[in-house]
Ligand binder design. Structure first.
Ligand SMILES: Nc1nc2c(ncn2[C@@H]2O[C@H](COP(=O)(O)OP(=O)(O)OP(=O)(O)O)[C@@H](O)[C@H]2O)c(=O)[nH]1
Ligand SMILES: [Mg+2]
Length: 402
């Protein structure tokens, strides 16, 4: 029997491309992630379409034959939404929705929509709304010309133009308003952060769904919302944590994702201040995810964009309980041994080689290796702490295992 939950899910199809820089496997991995995003947003995927192409079609993104194939499927299965993995121009979006006769979204739309659904506090809502307006503004012109054409020429030309302008002005005014609102809250938050004194600040960063909130809960015995969907956390939570007798602040914040819309990075700047002002970053990685190395790159790219690359970083590889290497048969000459066949031990070696003691392997869920984790964080925080309060040095002895 179908659960009610399943019936409520919106029916969707996904569309992606295979290009020179994106082979079939990569394209599939990206579509896996897009499917997870769709599920998080409240949709279920009935079919995926991919097309091999050198460059996207400027009018319809994919080729005319392919789009007809998608159209037929959509008509047959009464699908409400088609989701494209890549960003569509406003012209493409318009053309495609005309042909497919359904809602057309791209990856950015989808992420913005999830953020909008998930925003709990008025602060998060304001930031998401700002990102949505920023996304909308350059697309407004196209939307109106579309309507204009539908309504026909005479009498529409003048007012049409004016309407674009009025509409733009409304959105621009809204943007100004939202920015002012954010500024006010920022001031309050800066004061709050100032009140925390000189305590050492540690920020958990990482790709979405890697277990940041779970780890935060385990370490600080708090209750931050964690679940197996993307972007469970949008606001930043800060907790005081004490390891041995050394107190410091730990923050859990919004997760990153490949191609995080720039509008979101911009409007979440203040949420990300917690990361920017941190003394130490713990970069949490889901090692059980097939693409974890690419996730690390995406996170590093975003850390670069928010000027955080010069901070000390500890790499924390989480979910070791769920790590499975692909089975490797040494006698099979057809299959070359790759990283997918690495054992956990080999990954440890690789990363210890890269960053030395700043690579930890844990399971936040099963509380595995948490002592190693605590010890490493303790040592690092103590080092920062005693440079800040040299007279406190005697207070903090070496980490005591029991
Ligand atoms: N198997 C396994 N699952 C884990 C582990 N840690 C967290 N999880 C699961 O991973 C999922 C995501 O955990 P969260 O703590 O919400 O992840 P997050 O990084 O805070 O995610 P966002 O807030 O969405 O960015 C949840 O279903 C957790 O139960 C772990 O060590 N092992
Ligand atoms: Mg979280």
């Amino acid at each position: 029997m179908l659960e009610k939950k399943d019936i409520d899910l919106e029916k969707t199809v996904l569309v992606g491309v295979v290009t020179k820089n994106q082979d079939v496997d990569k394209s599939n991995e990206y579509l896996d992630e897009l499917e997870f995003l769709t599920y998080t947003a409240g949709g279920k995927v009935l079919k995926r379409f991919t097309q091999k192409m050198d460059a996207p079609n400027p009018k319809t993104f994919i080729g005319t034959g392919k789009i007809e194939e998608v159209r037929q499927f959509i008509e047959e299965h009464q699908i409400g939404t088609a989701i494209f993995d890549d960003e569509l121009s406003s012209a493409q979006e318009r053309n495609i929705s005309k042909i497919l006769d359904c809602k057309v979204l791209d990856r950015t739309n989808l992420i913005l929509d999830i953020f909008a659904q998930r925003a709990q506090t008025s602060y998060a809502r304001t930031q998401v709304e700002l990102a949505q307006c920023e996304y909308l503004l350059p697309r407004l012109k196209g939307m109106w010309t579309h309507l204009e054409r539908q309504k026909g020429g005479i009498g529409m030309r003048g007012p049409g133009e004016t309407e674009i302008e009025t509409d733009r002005r409304i959105v621009r005014d809204k943007i100004a308003l939202l920015k002012a609102k954010i500024k006010t809250i920022d001031k309050q938050q800066a004061v709050q952060r100032g009140n925390r004194g000189k305590m050492v600040r540690v920020a958990l960063v990482g790709y979405t769904n890697v277990g940041k909130s779970t780890l935060m809960n385990v370490i600080s015995k708090s209750k931050v919302f964690a679940e197996n969907k993307l972007f469970a956390t949008l606001d930043t939570t800060v907790r005081k944590v004490v390891i041995q007798n050394l107190p410091f602040l730990m923050s859990d914040t919004v997760g990153f994702i490949r191609k995080l819309p720039t509008q979101l990075i911009d409007s979440f700047k203040s949420t990300l201040d917690e990361v920017r002002e941190a003394d130490l970053l713990l970069h949490i990685v889901d090692i059980s995810h097939l693409n974890f190395e690419e996730h690390i790159e995406s996170v590093n790219k975003i850390l670069g964009e928010i000027d955080c690359t010069d901070k000390p970083i500890i790499m924390v590889f989480n979910k070791i309980d769920a790590y499975k290497a692909e089975p490797y048969d040494a006698t099979d000459l057809q299959v070359e041994r790759t990283k997918a066949h690495y054992s956990l031990q080999e990954w440890k070696k690789t990363w210890m080689h890269k960053v030395g003691k700043n690579a930890l392997f844990i399971s936040a869920l099963n509380k595995e290796n948490l002592d190693d984790f605590k010890k490493r964080v303790y040592d690092e925080v103590r080092e920062i702490h005693v440079t800040r309060f040299p007279y406190n040095y005697f207070l903090y002895p070496d980490y005591n295992e029991d």
